[in-house]
Design a protein around this ligand. Sequence first.
Ligand code: FES
Ligand code: FES
Length: 214
Amino acid sequence: MHPDDQTPAAPTPANGPSRRTFLKQTGGLLGVALAPPIASQAEAIAEKMAPASPILSGQTNVSLNINGQAKNLRLEPRTTLLDALRENLDLTGTKKGCDHGQCGACTVLVDGRRVNACLTLAVMAQGKQITTIEGLAKGDELHPMQEAFLKHDGFQCGYCTPGQIMSGVACVKEGHATTDDQAREWMSGNLCRCGAYPNILAAVREVAAQQAKG
Ligand code: FES
Ligand code: FES
């Protein structure tokens, strides 16, 4: 250093630890302090991510109560109720339209409430009473909603019909078909792409009127 140079000297170990020394020291300390917990956390996460049971990664036993009958199946947990009905139980009355919860063709009743079977996992329907279009009639005696659809010709291609009938049954039971507007609103999740809609509405309204009379 030039004798005239007035620049203050950098700190030396003699007048305090340099920044680099400080970082080295603390880094080393932190490394020692944190290494074991990080390792054990990683192990814990890996344990959590491992399948809890081999059953979750393959087929599993599923017991469904459909139209009053117990049905035991082996299904992938991701199987929808709609696919279980159509593919595994041959109950093809329930239709697959959009398969995305937008058309209502797959409507069934679960514990009396209408659901889109395409959005319901079969495993989630266990322990509940599932009713499909096949379960509405009592032997040869049609359900009043089925009679009304026939009387009013509430179908053209017929593809939406089972879902409309199931939805109509629940809609009337809920007391949501007391006016045309109300019935349209509460049946709006069931789309008909033909010209049958006025007839479907007439059928639903007729059954609602019958039940109001008792
Ligand atoms: S098939 Fe389920 S709503 Fe369309
Ligand atoms: S009768 Fe054809 S879609 Fe409804």
